[in-house]
Design a protein around this ligand. Structure first.
Ligand SMILES: [Zn+2]
Length: 639
């Protein structure tokens, strides 16, 4: 999508990088630009006001959000930002409270997601309480300032991604430690929070730094947001667990005089997700199932591949269920669609987008094309390619079609040469030798970069840098190439990835793992799940030959488990009177600390220990915490 054959010079790089499949890129770009006015109108419509302070602070005075993160969008800023991305970032930067229609409002631009506000008879129903306690509280303050000081009567999570529930503790009224109002979420919410956040948290957190450009600064020389949102708030992530789970499509719940009708959309953008129809106002909330950008079927930070066909089918169902009675569509990210026909057209176009990607990728797979060949030639039809909201600002067409390939037939492309590839460092050394040495690679890469062939320059230099990370001229040259690729990217995530890669080549790893400090999640996890996570931390060298079973009782939660280790596999099950080598009682926090810090037994706070102490100490010494700052632009493995 971004660096196709169109990218031949820096001058052209910032403008026309639309996947064209051989068609006229300029014509498609012109049609895209024609829709900018429409998006500008929709993203401003109903603006009531912005918060007085552009910055939101936490209790220690640290800035967790700034509505001016991306700067002022002046002419200077255009020089280092792709034209369409510049415009998209400007649209996403509009912040404040907006009236959608009578009784329905949105707070936008105060965090990654939107908070949608429904006025009930006596108070406010909030859909998606943002991603941090502080931003959620600031949003609610803004709502009360403009609409009146009324209580929150219900909170709804559309899906289990942290930017949509992390601010819950800032807005949900509590009584005796429990929510005093209904907290509504789709069925499967709790499990999905854990599955997506915890098991792969370390890798996804580290790779997330690249995806979201954490550590490169914000603005025209750094991150221009994520294409679907400006940034992620740096405040306190909280989760008030849901009290009401919606378990079927068509379910209706009346809260504070407002009838809400739900459509479950599991396995789309999230494992559990739902759309919400607000009958009284003729407003359809499409959660994150639709957005003013193509979404990710596979976010580059890493995830299981999402189901493009199901995604499209649920949008079709939404159109059938609601379009004929919806005058407005609101979204969890970005701005609304106003009017019945624009709303319907939007749903249809987003559905067609995912279905077209799915069907045509499958067609190409069946015709023998390999993933990179599909990515290179894939082009949207005119009716989708010229829609602003179908463009690759967050998700990317090239990445998504490769994701569909991966979902259906895996990472192997069928070529025998790719059955047993050499690891990057070895392949790098051999490539450099075959070309004729490091200087020759640098010369060739300089030549390619000078001709605008940045992808080939990057590919050659990557071989050199990976095989010889100390080669400073190669690192500098590759960093320059990545910078140019970043500045040219229409896709905000690709821009972040290239610029973060460049920064790491120049200065070493930047930023910190964005999930590493997240302890709140663990508080809600069962002991069995914590041991499942611990089993993925077992170091087989340390566990070699160990065969142990231990009874573990959690003194505060009452959980009572049999934990066994054999063949370096750790299992846990309900304790049922089995014989064990030792037993141990401890508070749950101690178990959480083992996961977070991989502590040995000696540093674990235990209430009671009995049986084979040596075995027990060994059991708690086999875990190895993953490195939260593992190298990405170079290789962990250096054979
Ligand atoms: Zn989101």
């Amino acid at each position: 999508m971004y660096f196709g054959t169109a990218l031949v010079s820096m001058a052209g790089a910032l403008h026309a990088q639309v996947a064209t499949g051989g068609r006229d890129a300029a014509a498609i770009t012109a049609r895209l630009q024609a829709s900018e006015k429409q998006e500008d109108d929709f993203s401003s419509r109903g603006f009531l006001g912005a918060p007085k302070d552009t910055k939101i602070l936490d209790s220690s005075g640290r800035v967790v959000w700034d509505t001016q993160l991306l700067g002022t969008f002046d002419d200077e800023s255009r020089k280092t930002v792709n034209t369409q991305l510049w415009y998209q970032a400007r649209l996403l930067s509009k912040s404040g409270i907006f009236r959608v229609t009578d009784g329905v409002y949105q707070v936008r631009g105060l965090d990654a997601a939107n908070m949608t506000v429904i006025e009930g008879k006596s108070g406010y129903i909030l859909i998606d309480p943002l991603g941090a306690k502080e931003t959620a509280a600031a949003a609610l303050k803004l709502v009360r300032g403009y609409l009146g000081d009324k209580p929150v009567v219900a909170v709804i999570y559309t899906h289990p991604h942290p930017d949509h529930y992390g601010g819950s503790a800032g807005v949900v009224p509590m009584a005796d430690g429990h929510p005093a109002v209904p907290v509504i979420a789709p069925t499967g919410f709790n499990q999905a929070v854990l599955d997506e956040q915890v098991l792969l948290g370390n890798a996804i957190g580290r790779r997330g730094q690249f995806q979201f450009g954490k550590g490169i600064g914000m603005g025209p020389k750094g991150s221009m947001g994520a294409g679907i949102a400006v940034s992620i708030a740096q405040g306190q992530l909280t989760l008030v667990p849901p009290t009401v789970l919606v378990d079927h499509t068509g379910e209706k719940i009346t809260v504070d005089g407002i009838e809400l009708e739900f459509q479950l959309t599991p396995g789309t953008e999230a494992p559990a997700e739902m759309n919400i129809y607000i009958a009284g106002s003729k407003v359809l909330c499409l959660a994150e199932n639709a957005a003013p950008t193509m979404h990710n079927l596979l976010p580059p930070r890493g995830a299981e591949v999402r189901d493009a066909r199901a995604w499209s089918q649920y949008l079709d169902e939404a159109e059938k269920l609601f379009a004929s009675r919806s005058d407005y569509v609101v979204l969890s990210h970005g701005w609304p669609r106003f009017g019945r026909e624009p709303a319907r057209q939007f749903i249809e176009d987003q559905s067609d987008l995912y279905r077209f990607m799915h069907d045509q990728t499958v067609r190409m797979i069946n015709n023998g094309l390999k993933p990179d060949e599909i990515a290179e030639t894939f082009a949207l039809p005119d009716g989708l390619a010229d829609k602003w909201y179908d463009a690759s600002f967050y998700g990317s067409l090239k990445f998504n079609v490769r994701a569909i390939y991966q979902r259906y037939i895996g990472f192997y492309d069928g070529d025998p040469a790719h059955l047993d590839p050499l690891p990057p460092v070895v392949a790098g050394r051999k490539f450099v030798a075959a070309v004729g040495g490091a200087q020759r690679v640098i010369d060739q890469a300089t030549l390619a970069a000078g001709q605008g062939d940045l992808r080939w320059a990057a590919e050659m230099l990557d071989h050199l840098v990976v095989s010889d990370p100390a080669n400073q001229p190669a690192r500098t040259l590759l960093a320059d190439v990545y910078t140019r690729m970043g500045y040219g990217s229409q896709n905000a995530v690709w821009r972040n990835i290239y610029l973060t890669g460049a920064a790491e080549l120049r200065k070493g790893a930047v930023g910190s793992n964005i999930l590493a400090g997240n302890s709140n999640l663990f508080a809600n996890i069962s002991a069995t799940r914590i041991f499942d996570i611990l089993s993925t931390r077992v170091d087989p060298d340390k566990a070699a030959g160990l065969n142990l079973s231990v009874r573990v009782q959690l003194s505060d939660t009452g959980e009572d488990l049999l934990v066994s280790l054999r063949n370096s596999v750790l299992r846990s099950e309900k304790f049922d009177g089995q014989a064990t080598d030792a037993s141990l009682s401890m508070p749950k926090q101690s178990l959480v600390d083992i996961v977070r810090y991989s502590q040995g037994l000696s540093s674990v706070k235990s209430d009671r220990v009995s049986g084979d102490q040596t075995g027990l100490a060994k059991l708690f010494s086999v875990f190895k915490r993953p490195d939260p700052s593992f190298p990405v632009v170079t290789s962990v493995l250096n054979p």
